[in-house]
Design a protein around this ligand. Structure first.
Ligand SMILES: Cc1cc2nc3c(=O)[nH]c(=O)nc-3n(C[C@H](O)[C@H](O)[C@H](O)COP(=O)(O)OP(=O)(O)OC[C@H]3O[C@@H](n4cnc5c(N)ncnc54)[C@H](O)[C@@H]3O)c2cc1C
Length: 389
């Protein structure tokens, strides 16, 4: 039995993954959980946490060992991500690592040249290099083809100009995969991705660490590029104009990853709340004895189990190389909508304590909301699904 909520073991779980899960759980409890509140207050995790995570095998778990990764599969990434969620670290290091290991490293693995893979991936696996991906701009988020940040070829370099916003790991990132227009007149076909190495990019500047409703330990920033000279060899892949296609392929996994985060959050919310309502009394009886409490938690548990069943099925498909973007979009919107509903109902059952940030359910409430917005809004997910009708 995994947890009282998801009491069916995931079909993709193996002995190797169970061992990893226990190791990650122990590591997080010992090394990261004691710092969580401080990280929330400072708005970013310690830089050293990245190196610690690298040494413990928590970074780039599904990148081949030849490039300094863990040599596992996407299931290894998910096991690690789930443990961040169960430890209450999803809205901090969990999200940062999600972007770093699950997204940035996989763009490089899938599209990078051999030289790029060898230059960037080993450092990402060890935590020496922190990765970010910068698509969103102040003027455009959902409509990615409309990005205005430009990369103009000048001899053996690109000159990058523009501005990005809401970039996860923006304060700490050493390597930023920046979505640019190499041909401003060509729409989606003019989009490319270039790797900006922050330490050697005069003209690159980090803006504010943005103050958010939740996910306080996750740094989210504006980034500015003023005539930044980036070596032409930093173009991801060797051909301009591939960026939009590269993004679309990788986004399916990013969306499933959000759905896994939602499933774990629902399970945790139901567990925390079930425990609380058995202990808390009102009018001389435990809250759990009231039928309303039972019905609300029955609904919440049902939604958590539906989410778990769905994401597990998609994980099986992903491991078989058969995850399609439409079904990933369905999982992203449905599970994150359900997460927000379930966590809200759970807050209600905690009463006033549910609104106090010292209670994990209150932080889960604040952290949940963004799930319906990032990685493609839930409205955009439905538009993608509608195209197949
Ligand atoms: C905490 C956080 C972390 C993030 N991390 C990153 C990151 O690391 N890298 C990165 O590049 N971005 C990141 N983002 C940005 C995120 O992906 C965007 O905010 C998101 O894609 C939405 O874009 P937008 O904010 O410009 O909203 P808009 O595109 O302006 O959308 C506003 C509203 O209009 C709706 N809408 C838009 N188009 C349509 C349409 N055609 N039909 C119907 N409705 C529509 C949207 O669904 C939404 O409800 C992050 C955002 C947050 C909040």
């Amino acid at each position: 039995m995994e947890t009282p909520v998801a009491d069916i073991e995931s079909p993709w779980m193996t002995e190797d993954l169970r061992i990893l899960r226990d190791q990650v759980r122990r590591f997080l409890e010992r090394e990261f959980v004691p710092h969580r509140e401080r990280w929330d207050r400072q708005g970013v995790v310690d830089r050293d946490a990245w190196r610690q995570a690298g040494a413990a095998g928590l970074l780039c778990a599904s990148i081949p060992e030849a490039y300094g990764g863990g040599g596992g599969t996407r299931a290894h990434d998910v096991v690690i991500q789930e443990e961040f969620g169960r430890a209450g670290l999803a809205g901090g290091f969990g999200t940062g690592n999600g972007v770093h290991s699950n997204i940035v490293a996989h763009y490089i693995l899938a599209y990078g040249t051999e030289a790029q893979k060898h230059r960037w991936l080993p450092g990402m696996g060890s935590g020496e290099i922190v990765g970010a991906v910068a698509m969103t701009e102040p003027g455009t988020g959902s409509d990615l083809q409309a990005v205005r940040t430009s990369a103009r070829r000048d001899g053996d370099a690109y000159i990058v100009n523009g501005q990005k916003t809401f970039i996860s790991n923006g304060q700490t990132a050493d390597l930023i995969l920046v979505v640019v227009k190499t041909d401003p007149s060509a729409g989606a076909k003019g989009v490319s991705i270039v790797g900006v190495e922050a330490a050697s990019a005069p003209g690159f500047r980090r803006g504010r660490n943005l103050e958010k409703v939740g996910m306080h330990a996750q740094d989210t920033s504006e980034l500015f590029f003023d005539d930044v000279r980036v070596p032409a060899e930093n173009l991801l892949g060797e051909v301009e104009g591939q960026g939009f296609k590269q993004l679309m392929v990788q986004l399916a996994w990013e969306r499933l990853s959000c759905a896994f985060g939602a499933a774990v959050a629902m399970e945790r919310a139901v567990e925390l709340t079930s425990t609380y309502v058995k202990e808390r009394t009102a009018f001389g009886q435990p809250l759990m004895s009231y039928q309303n409490t039972q019905l609300k938690l029955a609904e919440a548990k049902t939604q958590a189990v539906i989410a778990r069943t769905f994401v597990d099925e998609l994980m099986v498909r992903l491991l078989a190389g058969a995850l399609d973007p439409t079904t990933a979009a369905m999982a992203k919107w449905w599970t994150t909508d359900a997460q927000c509903r379930v966590v809200d109902e759970c807050v209600q059952l905690f009463g006033g304590y549910g609104y106090m940030t010292e209670y994990p359910i209150a932080r889960m409430y604040a952290d949940a909301r963004v799930q319906k917005i990032y990685a493609g809004t839930n409205e955009v997910m439905k538009l993608l699904i509608a195209r197949t009708l």
